[in-house]
Design a binder for this molecule. Structure first.
Ligand code: 3HC
Ligand code: NAI
Length: 703
């Protein structure tokens, strides 16, 4: 085996061999790295001048673990467990020197070494569970041997990074900084020469009653909390094997459970999502010379529901915000609400009272546009009415400095038209936040016809600064997320007319893994929101007399959802628990009769297909029209904006898993079996037909 010296180097310093990993950007343990480590280890072991070995990294990170892009297959020898077992069985002591964070296989590499030194500010973790798998290179067997069952379960089941300072028993020495690491690692190596190799596998564990109780409590908790996920329970099984089996059998059990997870659609979905989220960050085709602008002061127009939440994102990131309302009263109300939100976080222990004051001190309220002359970015969040938006944008055009970015948070209006109200459409962009804007991670970044590449780059960078996941989309009604959700809501409503109860529809959708069904979601958001959108879209829906007629009648009767104590469901005072209301099905039956729709029993399968497949079909049209750049961008929008289960990878990945031929066949089935309604709404997208006919997937579009 040859060492690829670009990714692994080995040098001798006195009687110590230093193996350095250098596989940018994150030291993923690719085949070349594994081969390099194996060869370097063999060379060090056969060199009589070497008495100890130190493994470290030349990059800021020690290692991000196995190379996830290799999971799709190929010749992967030597496999990571083989390399790590080889290290552990070495006849000379091996020391891991962690200059930076270590995740997954990276931490497992350190655990397979005989001694461990780390910079004390480092975090380490076993995040495999987020990829639908479990640590498969000995992590489930070695970590509990060095720490304890609870620590190992906490790390492996949650996947969360843990400060090394919290891991007693795992590290032999914590060092102050990267600068002091080399000397401390050398010292540990010199001591190790006297003590000899110290394989973790030689530590014996047994399952006593207390430890067994820890496992039982964990299983119960995970069954409740991680509903629908396959890997977390398998993680527990694997860690338990460390207590019930000899080391080598435990490793074999870990390997068996690892493969069981790896072969699930969930693992494929979660690994797809890992790359989807990162791909969304890269916008192809932008001018390489365009530079993101610096944003050090922001203005928000409108201190209502959205304006307040948006402002909090910037204050949280330490960026000063000027909030503008036309009336002092509205301004005071908006600022008071923000303060209340922060104070509630403080009551829950999430913020200190100093932090509350520090964040509030970054917010200034004004009623005069002249105060906006020095801001770098304005986000408009006023009423959803084109004439109001245009007035705001022409005022901004008048007062803002050249180069200021003018953004709108509109959810439905044409951003090209808004941009034309200014003399600088190249600086106008959509920043579509989701409610509650201080909580939801998604930010749809809407590129209008004339938006410049500089402005797009600034918005993508800004999303990271305020800890959002930014996804670039194009202009159309509802952009990507809401355009697709409209189809889903329409179908849920139609199913109610045809005889399905709201409880049945919600149950089926929750079984898919969504946090709530469409009717519970509608009640929570307020049924009046959809009602007003429908009123403004009459031309689009008038050919379907059945379009959301039950919801319309409920709103007209004042049943606007949770906030009114009644919507599709009833709510007891102070409770968010939906209670089924037979009156709603009576309205549905009456409306169905008026429309000549025969009510019938509807299967769960039909409900699932009719809510989700048209949504996917709309996604296909969105891709065909170029409104979204990649199918995986739509998946990111749906997971972060709408709670689509990450273990399904998003709607487009779900479609790939179901098979596009199957989705197409069912769309055609409903197109022909649902009469005029089917003809109107179930016409398959040309892109769906094309891909299904060629046996392709949505994800193949970007390969
Ligand atoms: N394999 C392959 N590529 C990886 C990778 C990995 N383990 N980790 C990160 N990358 C890639 C990313 O895709 C990204 O590529 P891009 O520039 O082309 O988009 C690049 O490295 C930089 O990654 P991030 O943008 O995520 O960089 P950050 O600095 O924001 O985050 C990180 C760094 C915290 C290490 C984050 O990348 C991360 O969480 N990585 C995954 C860690 C992980 O899940 N490890 C377990 C792997 S599975 C395993 O080890 C199995 C074993 O038990 C057998
Ligand atoms: P809101 O009604 O809660 O707040 C609007 C605020 O704008 C009010 O405080 C009002 O006084 C102020 N305002 C109105 N005209 C103004 C003007 N000319 N100058 C300055 N201030 C003015 O509305 P909300 O829900 O915050 O929505 C704002 C925008 O965000 C809309 O475009 C909406 O479509 C969009 N949006 C709303 C979401 C939601 O869930 N509420 C989600 C995503 C986007």
């Amino acid at each position: 085996m040859q060492i690829d010296s670009k990714v692994v180097s080995v040098e001798q310093k006195d009687n110590i061999a230093l193996i350095t990993l250098n596989n940018a950007p994150v030291n993923a343990l690719s085949k070349a790295v594994r081969q390099g480590v194996m060869t370097a280890m063999q060379a060090a072991l056969s060199n009589d001048g070497v008495e100890a070995i130190v493994i470290t990294s030349a990059l800021p990170l020690f290692s991000a673990g196995a190379d996830i892009s290799e999971f799709s297959g190929g010749n992967l020898e030597p496999m990571l467990p083989e390399v790590l077992n080889f290290i552990e069985s070495a006849s000379k002591p091996v020391v891991a020197a962690l200059n930076g964070a270590a995740f997954g296989g990276g931490l497992e590499l350190a655990l397979a070494c005989h001694y461990r030194v780390s910079v004390e500010s480092n975090k380490v973790g076993l995040p495999e569970v987020h990829l639908g798998i479990l640590p498969g290179a000995g992590g489930t067997q070695r970590l509990p041997r060095l720490s304890d069952a609870k620590t190992a379960l906490d790390m492996i089941v949650s996947g969360a990074p843990t400060p090394v300072t919290k891991l007693s028993g795992v590290f032999d020495k914590l060092t102050a900084s990267v600068e002091t690491l080399a000397a401390d690692a050398q010292q540990v190596a010199l001591n190790a020469i006297a003590q000899g190799p110290r394989p973790v596998s030689e530590i014996n564990l047994s399952l006593d009653d207390d430890t067994n109780a820890v496992f039982n409590a964990y299983s119960e908790q995970v069954t409740q909390k991680s509903k629908g996920f396959f890997a977390p329970l398998k993680c527990i099984e694997a860690v338990k094997a460390a207590y019930t089996m000899p080391f080598n059998d435990g490793l074999a059990e870990e390997a068996r459970l690892f493969m069981q997870c790896m072969e699930t659609p969930q693992a494929r979905a979660q690994q797809h999502f890992f790359f989807a989220e990162r791909a969304a960050n890269h916008v192809p085709g932008l001018d390489k010379n365009a530079q993101a602008r610096s944003i050090s002061k922001v203005a928000i127009i409108g201190a209502g529901t959205m304006g307040g939440g948006i402002a909090m994102n910037f204050a949280n990131a330490g960026i000063p915000v000027v909030m503008l309302e036309l009336k002092q009263e509205a301004l005071d109300k908006g600022l008071a609400l923000i303060r209340r939100n922060y104070e509630n976080s403080a009551k829950k222990g999430k913020l200190t009272s100093e932090q509350v004051e520090q964040r509030m001190s970054l917010l200034t309220g004004v009623t005069d546009y002249d105060a906006l002359s020095d801001v770098d970015l304005v986000i408009e969040a006023v009423f959803e009415k084109m004439s109001v938006k245009k007035e705001v944008f022409s005022a901004l055009d008048r007062v803002c400095k050249p180069g200021a970015i003018l953004a709108t948070n509109t959810s439905t209006l044409d951003i090209n038209e808004i941009a034309e109200a200014t003399s600088r459409p190249q600086d106008v962009i959509g920043l579509h936040f989701f409610s509650p804007a201080n909580v939801m991670k998604l930010l749809e970044i809407v590129r209008a016809d004339k938006t410049s590449d500089e402005v797009i780059k600034t918005a993508m960078k800004l999303a990271k600064t305020i800890r959002k996941v930014g996804v670039l989309v194009g202009v159309c009604f509802g952009f990507v997320g809401n355009r697709m959700i409209e189809v889903y809501g329409r179908e849920a409503n139609r199913l109610m007319l045809e005889g399905a109860t709201p409880e049945q529809v919600d149950r089926v959708i929750m079984q898919l893994g969504m946090p709530m069904g469409p009717f519970t979601m509608g009640d929570m958001a307020g049924l009046d929101i959809g009602y007003f959108v429908r009123q403004s879209r009459k031309a689009f829906i008038e050919h379907d007399p059945s379009y959301c007629v039950v919801a319309d009648e409920l709103v007209e009767a004042g049943r606007v959802g949770l906030k009114a104590g009644k919507g599709v469901y009833l709510y007891e005072a102070g409770s968010r628990k939906p209670i089924a209301d037979p009156e709603v099905m009576e309205i549905a039956a009456r409306k169905a009769k008026e429309l000549g729709i025969e009510q019938r029993e509807i299967s769960d399968q039909e409900i699932l297909e009719r809510c989700i497949y048209p949504l996917i079909n709309e996604g296909a049209d969105i891709l065909r029209e170029g409104i979204a750049g990649r199918a995986s961008d739509i998946d990111v929008i749906y997971v972060y904006g709408y709670g689509f289960p990450v273990f399904r990878g998003g709607p487009m990945q779900y479609a790939d898993e179901v098979g596009l031929k199957n989705v197409l066949a069912r769309m055609r089935h409903y197109q022909s079996s649902l009469g005029e309604y089917g003809k109107q709404w179930f016409a398959p997208s040309e892109l769906l037909i094309e891909l299904a006919d060629q046996n392709k997937t949505f994800s193949s579009l970007n390969n």
